[in-house]
Ligand binder design. Structure first.
Ligand code: PEP
Ligand code: MN
Length: 337
């Protein structure tokens, strides 16, 4: 349910509404717009007489029910696009934010060479995994905290924001010490305790779509994070499992405009994990831009043939730069800033 307050609501009136909501063991999420303030009310059980009771309180303009299972990420709750700000990088404001870098941080040299090149080509965020979820326990599983240190150092040196994955609840605090944006991977989209832990901290987070998750389930995962207070969620389409084997996953491009319609949150696309093949990354990046993506998450490596992880889907520095030129040309065509 959404409580829409009158324009000139007083603090006292607002407190009265919040108290009535708390009495019913429900949680309030206040959203102050330019014109009006609204309170999103969520909780397991909405007493049937509560909407009428609240509508009668002074300072309340009207009540709206949210019909969807997900509430806080829904357009009904917040009609205007959310812009997630990471310093001066703005995700969701109509521009295209490119996050690029290796699958895994392998060394300072490798990351710095990549960072300098992607920055020169126009990327604004550096990606790199330090804690890697690998299908096989015998694969390279990342450098851990040493990798995080390299990431933060190289980010500072090149003036790039950094994003990296957090896999477990007890890593959240550690990763947040080093990263500007936390990433929740496809395998953890339904790790609800991890989602809540990330929801408790004040740090933007990329929430990847589970490889077998419906869009509704994905938005419900965003609800877990937002419900604990962290509203800075960036959704990331990264491909889903289908019967097709020619690509690593099937890129569900239609999810981009679908999510834009259902949710106010920014949505980005990861064409690297979606396809698994470097030569599919440029066409799918352009397609994602065409489908309305607010950003791209792209794997780039100075020497993909020798990458410790996901070399087959990593762009060389040169190929990345060529792609960025095409993206800029397409942004112009689309009249996007
Ligand atoms: C990644 O971005 O490095 C990654 C592991 O992605 P995903 O969770 O989409 O597989
Ligand atoms: Mn990868």
């Amino acid at each position: 349910m959404i409580v829409i307050l009158v324009k000139n609501v007083t603090d006292g009136q607002m407190d009265q509404v919040l108290a009535r909501i708390a009495e019913a063991h429900l949680t309030s999420h206040i959203s102050k717009g330019e014109e009006t303030t609204v309170i999103g009310v969520v909780g397991a059980h909405l007493p049937p007489d509560l909407p009428d009771a609240i509508e009668r309180l002074p300072g309340v303009s009207r009540i709206m029910r949210i019909s969807k299972s997900y509430k806080l990420p829904s357009r009904e709750f917040k009609p205007s696009n959310t812009v997630v700000e990471v310093g001066d990088v703005r995700i969701g404001d109509g521009g295209l934010v490119v996050m690029a870098g290796p699958c895994s941080i392998e060394s300072r040299e490798q990351l710095l060479a990549t960072a300098l090149a992607v920055k020169k080509a126009g990327a604004q965020v550096l990606r790199g995994g330090a804690f890697k979820p690998r299908t096989s326990p015998y694969s390279f599983r990342g450098m851990g905290e040493e990798g995080l240190k390299i990431l933060a150092d190289v980010g500072a040196e090149t003036d790039l924001k950094v994003v990296t994955e957090v896999m477990t609840i007890d890593q959240v605090e550690l990763v947040a010490q080093y990263a500007d944006i936390l990433q929740i991977g496809t395998r953890n989209m339904q790790n609800y305790q991890l989602l809540e832990e990330v929801g408790r901290i004040d740090r933007p987070c990329v929430l990847k779509r589970g490889m077998s998750a419906t869009i509704e389930e994905w938005l419900l995962s965003a609800e877990y994070i937002m419900g604990k207070g962290n509203k800075q969620v960036i959704l990331c389409e990264r491909g889903i499992r289908t019967f097709e084997t020619a690509t690593r996953n099937t890129l569900d491009l239609s999810s981009l405009p679908v999510v834009k319609r259902m949710s106010h949150l920014p949505v980005i696309c990861d064409p690297s994990h979606a396809t698994g093949k470097w030569y599919l990354v440029p066409p799918m990046s352009l397609a994602a831009l065409g489908a309305g993506a607010d950003g791209l998450l792209i794997e780039v490596h100075p020497d993909p043939d020798h990458a410790l992880c996901d070399g087959a889907q990593s762009l060389t520095l040169e190929n990345f730069s060529t792609l960025m030129d095409k993206l800029v040309a397409m942004m112009d065509l689309m009249n996007r800033p």
